[in-house]
Design a binder for this molecule. Structure first.
Ligand code: NAD
Ligand code: UGA
Length: 438
């Protein structure tokens, strides 16, 4: 059984660590965040992710999953090290690789015998080479090691399932020994015939950015088409459904809304554009998708202003949904947070409700009115904004919501609600790309 160390115990590190333990490996997850490691060691999961508590508990109980702040000890004992630290966006749009470089230096200084180092963090093309040279510089001359690119494609909200049942695994390396070890670590996935792509490191690094950017392009594309539907009277849902029936297009990632958020699409599109620029290549399509995303929230704001007569000062506005998408408590780059900023700038009284993301939001905005339910958020409100696609919002009793509100105004930025029911219950409302003609 291989001894694996995962450096960086965030979404990716924790899900990959517990997933690899579930595959039968012996895994230690380390992090510089002592508070996080302490709470994990006592069985407390630091973020909301369906199924994660169960898989962590199961593998801790089976003595295959450990947590530690002893980064050096865990490096020196490992056969395989996965780097899963953050790679945030720098001020110029590039990926900030300082954590990757720090970790590479520590690895170089502390590996004792042959070690495989696999990068799970999303990193620009060429980073494998940087990691390789930093480790070489700091490792004793006789130490042999391999660097592998093994990008991660999990989505927050379905991360555990995505890790355990991926639609592909990418292994970028030029070492046969490394390929054998990666096969062993991922053995259950080989057995269930998950497609594996073996390639070189730069190609593996490119696959990750290319995939995220393509999905981001798809979302911006459908958002712009939805804006066109608003202007022409067509229905974007029917358009998207019909498009999606063409297998070449697929129905996935064709849901219009207030723009994509999260810790990945905004940063990864910008990082890819930046990387390409440094190579003298202009990625016009990706750039257009990123730019379109910046202004999509303005479309929602304009709808709100049109429905409320542009006067929000001292009006109570309820924002339903804070997370950047359903089934997560993550508010990084959430369009709902951009919306809250706008409402505060207009001096509205902002009430918010989210099934999972309220405590993260409280840390940034302690003074909003945090409601315990949809009903208490909307009570006395002059307008409601639906910003996240939580199932709970789909089932709202619109007649009751209308009774609680001061003025019956709803902007449904995720197209969750029935236009017919909104109309029947006397709401003035707007969705995205679905003008209602009665
Ligand atoms: P995260 O912010 O949830 O976690 C990163 C962790 O790394 C933190 O716990 C932090 O304390 C730790 N860390 C930072 N510097 C460290 C160091 N020097 N030594 C040890 N630990 C350190 O980030 P995340 O969402 O897990 O993303 C990690 C990487 O994976 C990023 O490159 C991201 O783009 C990529 N990725 C993320 C997702 C996702 O859905 N979140 C999916 C695929 C890929
Ligand atoms: C995304 C990718 O889907 C993962 O494969 C990838 O591993 C991850 O980024 C990453 O690299 O970190 P994630 O950010 O968790 O995963 O969420 P998505 O489900 O992709 O949604 C991203 C954003 O796009 C959300 O704000 C979502 O609401 C929005 N979106 C998505 C739409 O507006 N419409 C859609 O049709 C789909």
């Amino acid at each position: 059984m291989k001894k694996i160390t995962i450096i960086g115990t965030g979404y990716v590190g924790l899900v990959s660590g517990s997933g690899l333990a579930d595959f039968g490996n012996n895994v230690t997850c380390v992090d510089v965040n002592g508070k996080r490691i302490k709470s994990l060691s006592s069985g407390h999961i630091p973020f909301f992710e369906p199924g994660l508590t169960e898989i962590v508990e199961r593998n801790m109980a089976a003595d295959r999953l450990y947590f530690s702040t002893d980064v050096i000890g865990a490096i020196s004992e490992a056969d395989v090290i996965f780097i899963a630290v953050w790679t945030p966006m720098d001020s110029d749009g590039s990926a900030d690789l300082s954590a990757i470089k720090d970790v590479s230096k520590t690895i170089g200084e502390n590996i004792k015998s042959y070690t495989l180092i696999a990068t799970k963090s999303t990193v620009p093309i060429g980073t494998g080479e940087i990691i390789n040279s930093i480790i070489s510089e700091h490792a004793p001359q006789s130490t042999i090691f391999d660097v592998v690119s093994n990008p991660e494609f999990l989505r927050e909200g379905s991360a555990v399932r995505d890790f355990l049942l991926p639609n592909r695994v990418i292994i970028g390396t030029d070492s046969d020994q490394a390929i054998e070890i990666m096969r062993e670590i991922y053995r259950p996935l080989f057995l269930n015939e998950t497609p594996f792509i073996f390639t070189d490191i730069p190609t593996a690094e490119t696959i990750k950015y290319a995939s995220n950017a393509f999905l981001a392009v798809k979302v911006s594309y459908i958002n712009e088409l939805a804006n066109l539907c608003d202007a022409t009277g067509a229905d974007i849902h029917v358009v998207a459904r019909a498009m999606g029936l063409d297998g070449r297009i697929s129905p996935k990632f064709l849901h219009p809304g207030p723009g994509f958020g999260g810790s990945c699409f905004p940063k990864d599109t910008r990082a890819l554009i930046h990387s390409a620029e440094t190579e003298g290549v202009e990625l016009k399509v990706v750039k257009a998708a990123a730019d379109a995303n910046e202004v999509q929230i303005d479309v929602i704001i304009k709808k709100l202003e049109q429905l409320t007569g542009n006067s929000l000062k001292d009006e109570r506005v309820a924002v339903l949904g804070l997370a950047f998408k359903a089934n997560t408590d993550d508010i990084r780059e959430s369009r709902a947070v951009v919306m809250v900023d706008y409402l505060l700038s207009r001096e509205a009284e902002v009430a918010v409700y989210d099934p999972a993301a309220m405590s993260n939001m409280k840390q940034l905005y302690p003074d909003l009115d945090y409601a315990e339910s949809i009903e208490s958020a909307v009570r006395g409100a002059s307008a409601v904004l639906v910003m996240t696609d939580w199932n709970e919002f789909r089932g709202m009793d619109l007649a009751h919501i209308g009774e609680l509100m001061d003025k019956k105004v709803i902007v449904d930025a995720k197209n969750l609600l029935s236009r017919e029911q909104l109309a029947e219950n006397g709401f003035a409302f707007e969705g995205v790309g679905r003008p209602y003609n009665g």
